[in-house]
Design a binder for this molecule. Sequence first.
Ligand code: ADP
Ligand code: MG
Length: 873
Amino acid sequence: MQRAGKWKTPRRPAPKKASNTEKDPVGVYCRIRPLGTEDEECCIEMISSTTIQLHAPDGLKANRNGEYKETQYSYKKVFGINTTQMELFGDVAKPLVEDLIHCKNGLLFTYGVTGSGKTYTMTGSPGDGGLLPRALDMLFNSIGPFQAKRFVLKTDDKNGIEIQDQVDALLERQKRDSQQAVPKTPSSRQKPDPEFADMISPEEACKSESIDEDCCYSVFVSYIEIYNNYIYDLLEDAPFDPIRPKWLDGGTPVQNKEFIPLQSKILREDQNHNMYVAGCTEVEVKSTEEAFEVFWKGQKKRRIANTQLNRESSRSHSVFTVKLAQAPLDADGDHILQDKNQVNVSQLCLVDLAGSERTSRTGAEGSRLREAGNINQSLMTLRTCIEVLRENQMCGTNKMVPYRDSKVTHLFKNYFDGEGKVRMIVCVNPKAEDYEETMLVMRFAEMTQEVEVARPVDRPICGLAAGRRHRNQVFKDELSRCLEERGAPYNADGQLLLNQLIESFPPLPACELVDPADDQTLPRLIEVLHKRHCIRQMMMEQFNQTANTLKSVLQQLDGQLSAKETFLHDQQSKLSEKDKVILNQKTEIERLGKKSKTLEYKIDILQKTTDMYEQDKRSLQQELDTQEQRLQKELSERRQMEQRMHGMVTDTRLKWEKECERRVNAKELEMQNKLWVKDEKLKQLKVILTESGSCPTERPEKPERPSRERDRNIAQKWSASPSPLSTVPPVHPTHRRSHSAGGEKWVDHKPPSNLDLDTVMQPIIPNAIKVSTPNEKALSKCHKYVLRHQELASDGEIETKLIKGNVFKTRGGGQAVQFTDIETLKQECPTASRKRRSGSAEGPVQIEDVENRAPTPLTGTSSSHGYQKRRKP
Ligand code: ADP
Ligand code: MG
C-alpha cells in the first residue's frame, strides 16, 4: 500500500483500482470456540466444513412460541472447536504473510461478541500462540538471513521509507546501543518475556519458500488502539505534556500520578491515498522475539490505561501493523541499491475488533455507556460500509461509502477502495445466552463475503539480473578459498600480517654517528638497507605474482560468471516462455471452467425441466387411468341400465298389452251394454208401437243385461233358435236374390255420415230412390227399404251393414218397415292378423254376406221410422 519515497520524489505510478480488474471476495472464516465449563446448552452445530447451523435455545423457543427456526450460514471455511491455532494459521493467515513478503497488503480482523475468542485467536495464550505471533515468526523465519542492518531503511513521517547510508546507520546504531542497556538483538532470544514464552513450538515453525534473496528486508511494527473513536499509539514513549493534556476519553481524570495518559492521534492520507496514523511510532524489529516484546509493551500500556481510566477493554479495537520494506541489492549484490524509489513496502494489519454485542448487554452506565455507544457506532459504520460496498458492487450503484464516519473504517478505507486481501474471522461462542447476538454476527459475516476487493497486483521487479546476492557470496567464498590455497590467509588480521612482515626484515643497526671518522656504521646501514631492499624487491615480485594469479583467477571467474549469466538468461527467457504458456493455459482452464459451470447449470435446468415433465406425464397417466376406470365403470353401469331398461320395457309392454286387452274388453262390454240398452229401448218402443197399432201383446220379458258369458249363450241361442221377439208378427224371409232380382222399388237410405270406402264391390240396386234421410214420400212409393249402416268392427275395420226391410202400409195410413235381413260388407287387410289371413286366403277383399235367419220385425209409425240392427254373431 505504501509506496517508497517522500512526497517530493517523483511518484511511481501507483497500482490503483483502474489498473486491476481482478477481484476477490472478502474471505470470511468462522471459528467456534468450545463451550465454557458452566455453559450447558449449545446452540451451534457445524454441519459441514463450510456451514454451521444455529438452533434457538430451548428457553427462547418456549418464550416465542417456537417462532425461532434453525438457520444456516455458510462461509469460506468453518473451524470447529478442535481446530488448533496452527491449523487456523495455515488456512487463514499464512497466505497473508506470503502476500506480505511478495509486496502485497493484507488485512485480517477478528469479529464477534465479547468472550467469543477474538483475542484468543489473534494473540493466543502462553504456549498456544495465536495468529499474530505466528505471522511474525513466519516472517522472520523467511527473511532472517536477508535483513538489512538496523537503521539502513528508515520510516519517514509521511508513511514512506528512506535509505540511510552505512555510516549514518552505524552511528545511529552506536547511539542507540549506548542508550539502551539491553541490546535489542537476536541474542534476546535467550530471555523472552515469560508471558510470551513458548508461544510457538519449534516444530510448528514455518517459512515462506519463495523469498526474493536479492533484496534486503526491514520490518517495522506499530500498535494502536481505537477507543471511543480516538486513536492511541500504544508504543509511544511520550512524556506528559502539562500544557496541553489531551487525555484519554475526553477528560477522564488521571487517577495515578505515575500514569501518563496517551495523546490521541489523527489519520492522514499519504500520496498514494493510503491512510496512516500521523506520528505513530514504528519500531524496527529484527526478530520474532523483539517484535513480541514490542507488542507486549503495547499490550501492557493498554492494560494499564484500561485499569487507570476504568475503561471496558472489550470496547476497544486494537490494530497491530507489520510493515515490511524491501530494498533491492545493487548489481554487485553486495550493498542496497541507493534508490528509494525501488523500495517496496507492504503491510499486514492484524485487528482485534471490539465486542460486537449491543450496548444493553454490558449494562454500562453514564459516560461508559456513551463510550460504548461510540464504539458500537464504529462497528455500525463498518457494517454500513460493507452494506453500501456490497450494494454498489452488486447493483452497479455508486453510493458514497461512509468510511469517514469512524476511525476504524477510515483507516482501512484503501483496502476496500484500493487493493489488498481482506480476511475476517468470525468468532462464535456456542452458548445459549449469546444466541441472538451470534445470529446478528453470522448475518453480517455472511453479507461481508459478498463484497469484493481488488486483488493486489505483482510489483514490477527491478531491472537488475536475479541471483545477485548468491553470486556475490559465491565470489567471496571462492576468493577466500583461492587465497587460502596460495598460503595467504584471506581473513588474517591485516595488522598482524604487517607486524610479521616488519619482523621478518633484518633489524636496523644503531646508526648514530658520533665520530666523524666512523666508517663502519654507514656501510652496516647500507648493507642492511640493501638487504631490506632486496627483500622488498622479492616481496614486490611475489605481490606482482600473486596479483597476476588473482587477476587470472578473477578473469577465470568472470568468464565462468558470464557463462552462468548467459545460461541464467537463457533459463529466464525459457522460464518466461513457460510462464506465458502457463498463463495461456490458465486462461484456457478458467474459460473451460466457466463453460463447464454454464453447462452444468444448463444440465441442471434441463434435469429439472425433465423432472417436471416426467411428473406431469405421471400425473396425466394417472388421470388417464382414473378416467379409463371411470369410463369402464360407466359402461358397465350403462349395460346394466340397458338390461334393466330392456326388462322394464318388456314388463311395461306386457303390462300395457294386458291393460289394452283389459280396456278393449271393458270397452266391448260397455258397448254391449249400450247396445243392450238400445235394444231394450227399441223393444220397448216396438211394444208401444205394437200396442198402439194392433192388439196389445204380452210385454216381452225384460232381457237380462249382457255379460260376457251370457252373451256367448245368447249368441248360441240366437243362432240355434228363434229370438224371444219371434212373437211379433211373422216375417216371411225371402231369398235376397229373388228379391233383388225382382222389379221391386227400393228406398236406398245412405246416411250422410257414411264414409266412401273405395271397395270394389258395391251394392247396385236398380230403381232405387236414394235418400240421406228416409221420408214418407219415398217410402210410400217403394216396397223395400235398405239402410247402409257403417260401424267399427272389433278388429278396428269399418264394416258396412245393409239392413234390409219390407215397407208396408199401417192401418193408420202410415208406412212401416219390417226389417228382414242384414248383409255385412267388410274389407280386411291380409297382413293384419294371421287368423284373418288364414281365413281369407282367397283374396285381399272379402265381402261377407251374412244372412241372418233371425229376422226381427219392426214396424214404424207414419211419423217415424225405425230399424233394428242385429249383432253379428
Ligand atoms: P474475546 O476477545 O472475543 O472477548 P477471548 O479471546 O478473550 O474473547 O476469549 C474468552 C475466553 O475464552 C478466554 O479465556 C479464552 O482462553 C477462551 N477461548 C476462546 N476461544 C477459545 C478456543 N478456541 N479454545 C479454547 N479457549 C478459548
Ligand atoms: Mg478480546
